[in-house]
Design a protein around this ligand. Structure first.
Ligand code: IMP
Ligand code: MG
Length: 191
């Protein structure tokens, strides 16, 4: 059911811009160049963890100058915030048999690390040639699982952020920048 219908309501939750569009695009150009150097001559599969990473994937894949394939998966972690362990379920699986590919997992943000710390071992059981994780944002201060991405474009403090694929109650994914969410104006169902 739609929640936000007016521009005023939409805008009042955008507290401030944390990472502007230019900085995001420059970091993606650098990451794409690095990946293009590292994976030359290797069969490459970019795996986007939906939904948050679809915007990042769209720009990152265009900054990569190598042939590569794309696949998508939906994973949800179910855990109690007071516990450090949780369960991850694959709600939509990949189409590819990843055993013939070097896989790069493309994520929007690594927060507690619960999702990827469970998902990566599940993917490794399928014997990919290699698996690495590139994330747009990293919030290391929130970590409850031992997991670190191989490449992170920006490290941010413990703030709830929106934009560039990241949502609050499904809104704000279409902002071209990363912003801090204004919790004084109400909390989204995701927080
Ligand atoms: P975690 O690392 O398992 O805690 O899960 C990360 C997921 O939680 C991300 O893929 C996002 O969907 C969501 N998430 C974590 N922090 C934020 C945030 O600040 N804004 C929006 N979504 C977030
Ligand atoms: Mg979300």
């Amino acid at each position: 059911m739609p929640g936000i219908t007016t521009k005023d309501e939409f805008n009042k939750h955008i507290k401030k811009v944390l990472i502007d569009e230019k900085a995001v695009q420059e970091a993606i150009a650098r990451a794409g160049a690095e990946i293009s150097r590292e994976y030359e001559g290797k069969p490459l599969l970019l795996v986007s963890i939906l939904k948050g990473s679809f915007v990042f994937l769209a720009d990152l894949c265009r900054a990569i100058t190598l042939p590569c394939e794309m696949d998508f998966m939906i994973a949800k972690s179910y855990y109690n915030s007071t516990e450090s362990s949780g369960d991850v379920k694959i709600l939509m699986d990949l189409e590819h048999d990843i055993s013939e590919y070097h896989v790069i997992i493309v994520e929007d943000i690594v927060d507690t690390g619960q999702t990827l710390s469970k998902l990566i071992p599940m993917l490794k059981e399928r014997n990919p040639l290699s698996v690495k994780v590139v994330t747009l944002l990293d919030k290391p201060s929130r970590r409850t699982a031992a997991f670190d991405p191989d490449m992170s474009l920006f490290t941010i403090p413990d703030l709830f952020v929106i934009g560039y694929g990241l949502d609050c109650g499904e809104y704000y994914r279409n902002l071209p920048y990363i912003a801090e969410y204004n919790t004084e104006e109400g909390v989204c169902s995701d927080v």
